[in-house]
Ligand binder design. Structure first.
Ligand SMILES: [Zn+2]
Length: 742
C-alpha cells in the first residue's frame, strides 16, 4: 500500500489493532523512561527482478533509568524508507499504545531531496519492562534512477541509498531499508548499536554486508557486527570472487567478468593487483595504527560511481578496477581501507565535526608516499593540500572542527586542510608519538564515538604536553594563514642576512625558508613567527642571492594566486568563460569537454567563439578554454606566448616543452595562469585524432597543470573501448622568492 502524501502526522491505517489508546497503568508505578535501540536483528529477502525487499527487524531497546520502576511509558521513533510498508508490528516487554506515521520533510541540503523519501514511525509504548523488543515485518519496492546521480568529474554518486535491481543491490545506512532509531527530525540516535543480519540467497549474486560473516543459517547468509556501529549496509552484484589470506585476514575481491577475452584477461590481472595492494596496505598500516579490526576485507565492485568504505568491505567503482595500477594511487584503495579503523570502528561523534576524513587523508593520501620513500611525492601532496585550501573563497574557509556539521566547512577543509593539520601535528609531536597515539585510539575506542576533544586528549597523552594552542589555532579557528616574505637584506657590518616575515593574523607558525647562494647551493632554516611580524638574522659567510618561502609546503598557508599551481580548476573557477572552438565542424568529444567546463546551465556566463572570430580583447578579459584547432588562431597563439605556455602545434601534431607528439593517439591538456587576469586560467585541450580524445570524459579529474595522454581504441562486445594513460605530467610552480638586497 502506498501512503498518501501528507504534511501532517497521520496514524498508520494498517494497524487498527494497535491504535486503541490503552488505559495507563495505575499512577505511581508508571513513569516516563528514555528508550534507545541497542541491538538489531534483521532478516531480508530480496528480489532484484521486481526490486522488492521483504524484511523483518527485531529491535532491542534499552531503557533509562534501567531499574526503579516496574513499568514505564516511553516514545521511540524509527526512520523507514517511504516505499516500505509495515505489515505487522509487535512488542515484547512493552505494549504499543499508538503507532503514528509521518513523512519526513525534505532535507535542506541541495540534492538531498533526490534521495529516497523517508517516513518516521513514532511508537508510544507503555508497560515498558527492562528490555523491551519490537518486531517489524515490512515490504516494498526499492528502486532508484542510477543515472540521475552520475556526474562527470565527480567521484561519488551520492543520490544512491536504497536500490534492489539486476545490475546490483545497494542498501546503505541512510537508505531506510530497515527501521533505524532516530529523533523527531529523522536524525539517527547518537548511540551505536550491534547488528545481526541474515539474507536469503539471491540467484547469480554475491552479497556482502557490514561486519563479519557468521556461519550460515541454512541457505541464509549471516553477518554480525563486531563492535557497535551506527548502521547496517548490504550490497551485492553479479560477481565472481577471488580471495587470499594474509596474516589471518581474508582478503577478497568481488568483480564482474566481461565476456570478451581481452577485457577478461585485463580484469583478472587488475583484480590480482588490487588484492596485492590490499595485502601490502595491511602489512604497512597495522604496525602504525594497530590490528585491522575485522577478519575479512572485501573489495566489492559497484554498479555506480563510488569509493565507499564500510565495516569489513570497500565498494569501488567498476571504472577504478578497470584502471589497474592507476586505480591504486594513494588516496584510493588505501584511503578506503583506513576507514576500517577511522570512521567505521572508531566512530565519528555525530555531535561534533567529522575528523575521520582528515586523519584518513593524512594516513593514506599523504603518508602513503612517505611509506613508499617518495619524498617528492609527499612534498607534492602537501602542496596540493595547500593549493586546494587556497582555491577556496575566504568565506568558505571555515574551521576544520565544523566539517560534517550542518552549515559547517566543506570538503576541501575536511580533507585537504585536515590532512595538512595532521601532518603539522605529526611534525609538532614527532612521528613516533603521533603513531603511538593512533594505536592508543585503536586500542581504547573501538565501537565508541570520538570527537575532536577526545582526539586531542589521546594525542596529548602520547605527547606528554598540552596541545590546546595547536588545536585552537588549526581546528577551531577560521581561516588559513597568509604569510608574506617582506624583505631580505644583507648586513655587511655583521656579516649576516636579515629576513622579515609577516602574517595576516597573530598565530604561532614555524615557517621554513630556503636561502640560495650565488652558486646555487642552498641552506634551509625555520623561523618561528609568533605575532604579526618578525625578523630573523642568519650568520652567513657570503651574501646570498635569494630567499624562498616554504619551498616544500611544510606549513599550511593561503598561497598567492600566482603560487597556486594552474590546473583545470583554475579555468573553471570564474563566473565567466571564453571558449575558442575550431572554425569548422567539431568533434562531439570536444563538445563534451566544453560542457564539463561550463558546469550546470546558468552557472556561468559562457562566450563561444571560433578560431576565426575570437578577438584579442575577449581573450584578455576572462578565463579561456581552447579546444582542437581553436589553437590555430593567431590571437590565441599570441596569448599563449604571453602566458609562456610550453605548447605549440607542429605539422603532424603538437610540441610540449622539448618533445614532439605526432602519433594519432596523442592528446594534451595544458593549463597556465592568465597573464592579464590574476586568478584566471587558460586551458588547452588538443588531440591528434578522434581516438586521442576517447577519454575526454576524465579531464576534470586531473589536478596537474599539463598532461600528455596516449589513447588506444579497441572493440569489445560491439562497443569501442578507449584506454588512455598519461605519458607526461607537469605542474607549473611559481614559488615566492625575493632577491636579497646587498
Ligand atoms: Zn574518506
Amino acid at each position: 500500500m502506498k501512503q498518501p502524501k501528507s504534511d501532517g502526522k497521520r496514524v498508520c491505517g494498517r494497524l487498527p489493532g494497535l491504535l486503541a489508546v490503552g488505559l495507563l497503568a495505575a499512577g505511581g508505578c508508571t513513569r516516563p523512561v528514555t528508550l534507545r535501540a541497542t541491538a538489531y536483528d534483521l532478516d531480508v529477502r530480496l528480489d532484484p527482478g521486481t526490486h522488492e525487499l521483504f524484511g523483518s527487524a527485531e529491535v532491542t531497546l534499552a531503557r533509562e533509568p534501567a531499574t526503579g520502576v516496574s513499568a514505564g511509558t516511553g516514545t521511540v521513533r524509527f526512520a523507514l524508507n517511504a516505499a516500505l510498508d509495515v505489515m505487522e508490528l509487535t512488542a515484547r516487554g512493552a505494549r504499543i499504545r499508538a503507532h503514528v506515521v509521518a513523512p519526513l520533510g525534505a532535507a535542506p541540503k541541495p540534492g538531498a531531496d533526490k534521495r529516497p523519501p523517508m517516513r518516521i514511525h513514532e511508537l508510544h509504548l507503555e508497560g515498558v519492562g527492562p528490555t523491551p523488543r519490537l518486531t517489524f515485518r515490512y515490504a516494498g519496492v526499492l528502486v532508484q534512477d542510477v543515472q540521475a546521480g552520475e556526474k562527470r568529474g565527480q567521484v561519488h554518486n551520492l543520490l544512491m541509498a536504497a536500490h534492489v535491481g539486476g545490475e546490483g543491490i545497494y542498501l546503505d545506512e541512510g537508505g531506510g531499508w530497515y527501521p533505524l532509531a532516530c529523533d523527531e527530525h529523522g536524525d539517527p540516535q547518537p548511540l551505536a548499536a550491534v547488528f545481526r543480519l541474515s539474507a536469503g540467497p539471491v540467484e547469480g549474486m554475491l552479497l556482502v554486508a557490514g561486519g563479519e560473516p557468521a556461519p550460515p543459517d541454512g541457505t541464509r547468509q549471516v553477518w554480525r557486527t563486531r563492535y557497535p556501529v551506527t548502521g547496517m549496509v548490504l550490497v551485492g552484484g553479479p560477481h565472481e570472487r577471488k580471495e587470499r589470506t594474509v596474516g589471518g585476514v581474508r582478503i577478497a575481491v568481488h568483480y564482474s567478468r566481461p565476456d570478451d577475452p581481452q577485457s577478461q584477461a585485463q580484469i583478472e590481472k587488475h583484480t590480482d593487483l588490487f588484492l596485492d595492494a590490499a595485502a601490502r596496505y595491511l602489512e604497512r598500516y597495522q604496525p602504525l595504527i594497530g590490528p585491522y579490526p575485522y577478519e575479512h576485507y572485501t573489495i566489492v565492485e559497484n554498479f555506480f560511481s563510488s569509493g565507499f568504505a564500510f565495516p569489513g568491505f570497500t565498494l569501488l567503482n567498476r571504472a577504478l578496477l578497470a584502471m589497474g595500477p592507476r586505480g591504486l594511487s594513494h588516496g584510493m584503495l588505501d584511503h578506503e581501507m583506513l576507514h576500517a579503523w577511522w570512521g567505521n570502528t572508531i566512530l565519528v561523534d555525530p555531535q561534533d565535526g567529522n575528523w575521520c576524513e582528515a586523519l584518513t587523508s593524512f594516513g593514506a593520501n599523504y603518508y602513503g608516499y612517505v611509506l613508499d620513500g617518495d619524498e617528492r611525492g609527499a612534498r607534492n601532496q602537501r602542496r596540493n593540500f595547500c593549493v586546494a585550501v587556497s582555491r577556496l573563497p575566504p568565506a568558505e574557509d571555515l574551521p576544520l572542527g565544523t566539517f560534517g556539521r550542518s552549515e559547517g566547512a566543506g570538503r576541501e577543509i575536511g580533507y585537504s586542510k585536515g590532512a595538512m593539520v595532521f601532518y603539522m601535528l605529526s611534525e609538532e609531536i614527532g612521528p613516533e608519538r603521533f603513531w603511538a597515539a593512533c594505536r592508543r585510539l585503536t586500542a581504547e575506542y573501538k565501537g565508541r564515538f570520538v570527537n575532536w576533544a577526545v582526539l586531542q586528549a589521546v594525542f596529548e597523552q602520547e605527547a606528554g604536553r598540552s596541545l590546546d594552542a595547536f588545536m585552537r589555532q588549526w581546528v577551531r579557528a577560521t581561516g588559513t594563514p597568509e604569510v608574506r616574505l617582506e624583505a631580505a637584506r644583507w648586513r655587511a657590518e655583521t656579516v649576516s642576512l636579515e629576513v622579515q616575515l609577516a602574517q595576516d593574523a597573530p598565530r604561532t607558525l614555524r615557517v621554513p625558508l630556503r636561502i640560495v647562494a650565488d652558486d646555487g647551493t642552498t641552506r634551509d632554516e625555520v623561523v618561528t613567527l609568533d605575532g604579526l611580524r618578525t625578523s630573523a638574522v642568519f650568520a652567513l659567510a657570503q651574501p646570498p642571492r635569494t630567499v624562498v618561502l616554504d619551498p616544500d609546503f611544510r606549513v599550511l598557508r593561503r598561497l598567492r594566486p600566482e603560487e597556486i599551481v594552474p590546473a583545470v580548476a583554475t579555468t573553471r573557477a570564474g563566473r565567466r568563460l571564453l571558449v575558442v572552438q575550431p572554425p569548422g565542424a567539431m568533434s562531439p568529444l570536444y563538445q563534451r569537454v566544453i560542457e564539463d567546463f561550463s558546469g550546470e546551465p546558468g552557472q556561468k556566463e559562457v562566450l563561444l567563439r571560433t578560431a576565426d572570430d575570437v578577438s584579442a580583447a575577449e581573450l584578455s578579459a576572462q578565463s579561456v578554454l581552447i579546444v582542437g584547432d581553436g589553437l590555430r588562431s593567431p590571437a590565441v597563439q599570441a596569448l599563449l606566448m604571453r602566458a609562456r605556455c610550453p605548447l605549440s602545434l607542429t605539422a603532424g601534431g603538437f610540441r610540449f616543452e622539448d618533445q614532439t607528439y605526432e602519433a594519432p593517439g596523442h592528446a594534451v591538456l595544458c593549463t597556465v595562469h592568465h597573464p592579464a587576469m590574476p586568478g584566471c586560467g587558460i586551458t588547452v585541450y588538443y588531440g591528434n585524432s578522434e581516438t586521442a580524445l576517447g577519454r575526454s570524459d576524465l579531464l576534470l579529474h586531473y589536478r596537474d597543470s599539463a598532461v600528455v595522454f596516449e589513447t588506444t581504441a579497441r572493440t569489445a562486445e560491439g562497443k569501442t573501448v578507449y584506454e588512455s594513460r598519461p605519458i607526461a605530467r607537469r605542474d607549473f610552480e611559481s614559488p615566492t622568492v625575493i632577491e636579497v638586497q646587498r
